[in-house]
Design a protein around this ligand. Structure first.
Ligand code: FAD
Length: 805
C-alpha cells in the first residue's frame, strides 16, 4: 500500500518531531514522520538535556531562546511533561581573556534582551557552593539555562503534532528515496511506500546515509561524547533549591544536578569521531564503551576547582555519539540541486536548538522564507569544497575547542590550506597571514619581512595593526593589489539572460560595456543579495557577490531559472581576480596593457577586455576601497603571469599587496556595507541605505510589491557610521549601541580607520535617531565608549577619488 503526504519527516529524534510539530502548527496537517525504531533511538535518548541561549551567532542565539521558551507551549498542547528545570547557570572565568569573553557574551546578550550579569568569584561560590573561588576571576550568570528530559521533550512534540493531525510511524525505516515522473518523492520503507511532495532529512546520526539516498554528501560527522554521573554530594543534597548549571571553561567541563549528585560532561581536546564512513543501522538506544582515560585530565581539573566532586565517586559513565557540522552550527534548509528535499541535521544542541530549527524550517517550507536570519545554520553555507576529509578535520577541531575562546581575529588551522589560488606562493613569499573563506585561502595582511607571519589572537588591536595601517596608506597614496578570490563570481549567458536578469534583480541590467550595482530582494521584500553586474558586451554577463554566500545565492538563482534560455554558473574554478586600487592604479594598468585605459575608454562603472602579459583580462572599474580601482578577472592559468607583470611594473609606483583587514578598514572609512554583515536577510533596502540602488519604477522584479509596502511603512531602523572613542580595542560586530541607559541598536562591523585615524563602526540604530545625537556609546569589552553618528563618510565624502577622471 502506498501512503501519500504533503511532507515526510525522516527521523524521530528531538529535531524530527520538532519539524513535524511546526509543520502541523503552520497548517500542514498532512505530514508524516517515519522513525526506524522507537522515538529518541538515535543520539537523543542519552543526551544530558542541557539548554542554554549562548551561541556565537546572535541569530542562532535568538532561536535557542525561542526553543527554551517553547517547552511550556508543547507541554500544554500535549499534556506531556518535558521535565524542564530552569535552574539558571554560571559560566566561570579563570583568566583575564576569559573575563573578556564573558564581557562580550554579556554585551551580545543585551542585544537579545537576555538578563545576564557578571558576578565575582565570591558571589559565584555563594550561588554554587561546590566551587573553590580561588580558581576563578568571575562568572557570567545566565538565568535562562537548565535542562529538560530528552524523552519527555521528544514525546511532547510528537503528541502535540499528532493532536494537530500529523502522523508518526515507528519501526519504519526509510530504505530508498527516488523522484517520481511527476516530480514528487517516492519514499520506500521497511513498512510500505510513501509518496510525498517534500522530504525532510532529520535523520541525526544517519543523516549522511539519508543524504546519500538522493546523491547528496552532507558535511557532518558524529563524535563520541562522555559524561559521568557522580554519587551523592552532601552540598547538593543540602541545597534548598536545585543547583545551578555550570560551565568551567578552564576545566572544559559542564555540569548540572542529577538526582543527589552531579552530571559532569566534557569536550576533551583529543575528541574521537564515531562511525566515520557509515553509521550502522542496528545502532539503537545504544551506548559506546566508556573511556575515562580520555577525559581524566578535564575531570582532574574539575575535582580541583570543585572539591566535593572528588569525594563523590563515579556512579555512571555515558559515552554516546552525536553529529556536528564543520563549524558546529546546524545544517538546515533546502538542499541545492534537490528541489523539495530539506535538511534538519547536524543539530549538536538539540535541547536548545530543535525548536528554532523546526520553526525556521517549517516557515521555509510553508511560506518560502524561514522568517529569521538563518545564514549561520543554512545548509547552503557549505559547498562541494567541504569534503569528508575537510569535515573530519574541522569537526574534530571544533569539538576539541568547544570551550576554547575563538577571538574575533582568529583563524583556525584544521583542514587548511584547502583551495589556493595561483598567486598563493607569491603571497607566502610576501609573508602573508592567511584566512579561509568558502574553501579558499586569502591574505588577511602581510607581516613585515623577517617577522613570523602569525597574528596573535586577541580581543584588542593585534600585532597586525601597524602593518594593516601601512597597507591602507599604500592604497590611499599609491597602489595596492588584493586577491579577489573571496568574491563570488558567476557567468550568466543565454538568449534570455537580459530579460531574466531584469525580472530577478531590483535594477535593469546595464548596457554593454557597463556595470551596475544590483541588489537582489527576497519575496518578502528584504535583502537577499548585493551584487555587481557587468555586461561584457559579448552576450555574457558577469555577476560578482559575496563569496561566503555563493551556495545560498546559487540556490536562489536556480530556483528562479526557467527550463531553457538562461544559464547561471559559478566561475569559482575558472575565473580568478586581482583588485588593483589607489591613485596610481590607472598609470600602472596602462604600463602593463596595450589597450587604452584612460577615463574615456574605461570610465567609473565601465567594463573592458584588456590584454595583460599576453593574458585576456576582463577589467571592471569599481571601488570598494574608495580609491580609483579596477577588478581584473582572468583564467586560472594566467593569474600568476598577470600578477607578476603588475608587481614588476608597480614597483616604481609604490605598489604593495594588501589584504582583507586593510580592505575592511578602507571600506569602513567610506561607510560601505558588505553582505553577511550590514546586508542580511533581516534588513530591507531602505533601512540598509540601499534604497537608491533600487529602480522602483521597474514594473516587476522579485520582491517588488513587498519592498514597496516596506518602503511605504517607513523604516524602523537605519544603518549609520559611528565614530567610536575606542582605546586599544575596536568594535568587531555584535556590540550593543547604547543611548543613555538603554540599548537601542547593534554594531554590524567595526575596526580602525587607518587613513582617517579614527575607530569606526557600522551599526543599526532607530530610524528616528538624528546624526550627531548625544549620549551614544558602543559597549566594547565591558566599557561604554562614546560614539557619534557621522552624516557622511569620513573619507572622501563626495566620492571623487574613485570616480577620478
Ligand atoms: C552523551 C551526550 C550528551 C548530550 N548532551 C546534550 C545536552 O546536554 N544538551 C543538548 O542540547 N544536546 C545534547 N546532546 C546532543 C543531542 O543528543 C542532539 O543534539 C540531538 O539528539 C540531535 O537530535 P536529532 O533528532 O538530530 O538526531 P537523533 O537523535 O540521532 O535522531 C535521528 C532519528 O532518525 C532516525 N532515523 C535515522 N535514519 C532513519 C531512516 N532511514 N528511516 C527512519 N528513521 C531514521 C533514528 O532512528 C533516530 O531516532 C548530547 C549528546 C550526547 C551523545
Amino acid at each position: 500500500m502506498t501512503t501519500t503526504a504533503r511532507a515526510i519527516v525522516i527521523g524521530g529524534g528531538v529535531v524530527g518531531v520538532s519539524v513535524l510539530y511546526h509543520l502541523a502548527r503552520a497548517g500542514w496537517r498532512d505530514v508524516v514522520l517515519l522513525e526506524r525504531d522507537e522515538l529518541t533511538s538515535g543520539s537523543t535518548w542519552h543526551a544530558a538535556g542541557g539548554m542554554h541561549t549562548h551561541n556565537s551567532d546572535p541569530n542562532v542565539a535568538k532561536l535557542q531562546q525561542y526553543t527554551i521558551n517553547l517547552y511550556r507551549e508543547i507541554e500544554q498542547a500535549s499534556g506531556q511533561s518535558c521535565g524542564v528545570h530552569i535552574t539558571g547557570g554560571i559560566h566561570l572565568a579563570g583568566t583575564p581573556q576569559r573575563m573578556d569573553y564573558l564581557k562580550v557574551a554579556l554585551a551580545r546578550g543585551r542585544i537579545l534582551g537576555l538578563d545576564m550579569a557578571l558576578i565575582d568569584a565570591q558571589e559565584a561560590a555563594r550561588r554554587f557552593p561546590l566551587l573553590d573561588p580561588r580558581h576563578f576571576l568571575g562568572a557570567l550568570y545566565a538565568p535562562l539555562e537548565g535542562h529538560a528530559d530528552p524523552a519527555g521533550v521528544t514525546n511532547a512534540y510528537a503528541k502535540a503534532a499528532r493532536a494537530l493531525g500529523a502522523t508518526v510511524h515507528r519501526h519504519t525505516r526509510v530504505t530508498a528515496i527516488a523522484r517520481t515522473p511527476g516530480g514528487e518523492w517516492h519514499v520506500q520503507t521497511t513498512d510500505g511506500d510513501f509518496i510525498a511532495e517534500h522530504v525532510v532529512n532529520a535523520a541525526g546520526l544517519w543523516a549522511r546515509e539519508v543524504g546519500r539516498m538522493v546523491g547528496v554528501t552532507l558535511p557532518l560527522l558524529a563524535m563520541e561524547h562522555q559524561y559521568i554521573v557522580t554519587g551523592d554530594i552532601p552540598e547538593v543534597v543540602a541545597s534548598p533549591t536545585e543547583v545551578l548549571h555550570v560551565i568551567d571553561f578552564e576545566g572544559e567541563i559542564y555540569m548540572r544536578q542529577e538526582g543527589r549528585g552531579m552530571l559532569i560532561g566534557t569536550y576533551e581536546r583529543a575528541g574521537v569521531p564515531w562511525a566515520e564512513h557509515e553509521t550502522p543501522w542496528d545502532f539503537s538506544h545504544a551506548l559506546l564503551p566508556p573511556d575515562l582515560d580520555r577525559i581524566a585530565q578535564s575531570l582532574e581539573v574539575g575535582f580541583t576547582h570543585f572539591p566535593p566532586l572528588a569525594r563523590a565517586g563515579i556512579k555512571r559513565v555515558v559515552n554516546g555519539p552525536f553529529t556536528f557540522a564543520p563549524d558546529g552550527n546546524p545544517l538546515v534548509g533546502p538542499v541545492r540541486g534537490v528541489p523539495n528535499y530539506w535538511a534538519a541535521c547536524a543539530v549538536m544542541a538539540g535541547f536548545s536548538q530543535a525548536g528554532g530549527v523546526g520553526l525556521a524550517l517549517a516557515n521555509w517550507m510553508t511560506d518560502g522564507d524561514p522568517g529569521f536570519d538563518v545564514f549561520a545554520m543554512d545548509v547552503g553555507r557549505f559547498g562541494a569544497w567541504a569534503t569528508p576529509a575537510y569535515t573530519r578535520a574541522k569537526v574534530t577541531e571544533n569539538y576539541g575547542r568547544r570551550f576554547t575562546i575563538r577571538f574575533p581575529n582568529e583563524e583556525l588551522p584544521a583542514g587548511r590550506p584547502l583551495g589556493t589560488t595561483p598567486i598563493h606562493a607569491a603571497h607566502v613569499a610576501h609573508n602573508a597571514v592567511f584566512g579561509a573563506a568558502y574553501g579558499w585561502e586569502y591574505p588577511l595582511w602581510f607581516a613585515p619581512p623577517g617577522m613570523p607571519a602569525v597574528e596573535e589572537p586577541t580581543y584588542r588591536r593585534s600585532n597586525a595593526h601597524a602593518s594593516v595601517g601601512e597597507e591602507c596608506r599604500a592604497v590611499r597614496t599609491g597602489a595596492g593589489l588584493l586577491d579577489a578570490v573571496t568574491f563570488a563570481r558567476y557567468e550568466v549567458t543565454g538568449r534570455d539572460a537580459p530579460s531574466w536578469l531584469d525580472a530577478v534583480f531590483a535594477v535593469s541590467p546595464p548596457r554593454a560595456g557597463r556595470i551596475g550595482l544590483a541588489p537582489l530582494l527576497a519575496h518578502n521584500g528584504k535583502l537577499a543579495g548585493d551584487f555587481t553586474l557587468a555586461n561584457c558586451g559579448d552576450g555574457r554577463y558577469l555577476l560578482f557577490g559575496s563569496g561566503v554566500a555563493e551556495g545560498v545565492h546559487l540556490r536562489a538563482f536556480e530556483a528562479a531559472l526557467p527550463a531553457t534560455g538562461v544559464s547561471v554558473r559559478s566561475c569559482r574554478d575558472d575565473l580568478f581576480g586581482l583588485a588593483l586600487a589607489g591613485p596610481h592604479a590607472r598609470e600602472l594598468l596602462a604600463r602593463v596593457c596595450s589597450e587604452d585605459v584612460s577615463n574615456a575608454a574605461l570610465p567609473f562603472l565601465g567594463v573592458r577586455h584588456l590584454h595583460v602579459a599576453g593574458a585576456a583580462v576582463t577589467a571592471v572599474r569599481i571601488s570598494f576601497t574608495g580609491e580609483l580601482g579596477y577588478e581584473l578577472w582572468m583564467a586560472r592559468d594566467d593569474e600568476r603571469r598577470v600578477y607578476d607583470a603588475l608587481a614588476d611594473a608597480g614597483a616604481p609606483l609604490r605598489l604593495r599587496p594588501f589584504g582583507a583587514r586593510a580592505l575592511n578598514s578602507l571600506r569602513l572609512e567610506k561607510g560601505f556595507g558588505t553582505w553577511a554583515r550590514e546586508y542580511r536577510p533581516i534588513y530591507d533596502a531602505v533601512e540598509a541605505g540601499l534604497e537608491r540602488r533600487i529602480d522602483w519604477r521597474k514594473p516587476a522584479f522579485i520582491g517588488r510589491e513587498a519592498a514597496l509596502r516596506l518602503r511605504a511603512a517607513g523604516p524602523a531602523r537605519r544603518l549609520v557610521t559611528l565614530v567610536v572613542d575606542a582605546a586599544d580595542a575596536d568594535a568587531a560586530g555584535d556590540e550593543p549601541v547604547w543611548c543613555d541607559d538603554a540599548v537601542i541598536g547593534w554594531v554590524t562591523s567595526g575596526g580602525y580607520g587607518h587613513a582617517v585615524g579614527r575607530s569606526l563602526a557600522l551599526a543599526y540604530v532607530p530610524a528616528t535617531l538624528q546624526d550627531g545625537a548625544p549620549h551614544l556609546a558602543v559597549e566594547i569589552l565591558g566599557e561604554r565608549r562614546a560614539a557619534t553618528i557621522v552624516a557622511q563618510p569620513l573619507y572622501d565624502p563626495g566620492g571623487s577619488r574613485m570616480r577620478l577622471s
